[in-house]
Design a protein around this ligand. Structure first.
Ligand SMILES: [Zn+2]
Length: 78
C-alpha cells in the first residue's frame, strides 16, 4: 500500500534537501580553505646573512640553520 504524497510538498522537500547539501558543502570547503591557509602561514621564512640563500622551515620558529652554509639565521618578519 502506497502513502499518497503531494507533488508540491515532495518538490519542496527535494529543494530543501539540495539547499542543505549545498550549504553543507560550502561550509566544509570554507573550513578546509581556512585550515590550508593556516598551514601555509605557520611556515617560517629565513634569509641567510652569510650566503644570501632564502629558505623555509615548517612551523613557527625563531631560528634555523642554513642548509647550504650552516649559519644560524633569525626568522624574517614581514
Ligand atoms: Zn647560508
Amino acid at each position: 500500500m502506497q502513502i499518497p504524497v503531494d507533488l508540491g510538498a515532495f518538490l519542496a522537500f527535494l529543494a530543501g534537501l539540495a539547499a542543505v547539501i549545498l550549504f553543507g558543502l560550502q561550509a566544509w570547503y570554507d573550513r578546509r580553505d581556512v585550515l590550508l591557509s593556516d598551514h601555509r602561514r605557520i611556515n617560517s621564512a629565513f634569509s641567510c646573512v652569510r650566503c644570501s640563500l632564502t629558505y623555509v622551515r615548517p612551523r613557527r620558529r625563531e631560528e634555523a640553520v642554513c642548509p647550504r652554509c650552516g649559519w644560524n639565521n633569525v626568522r624574517l618578519k614581514f
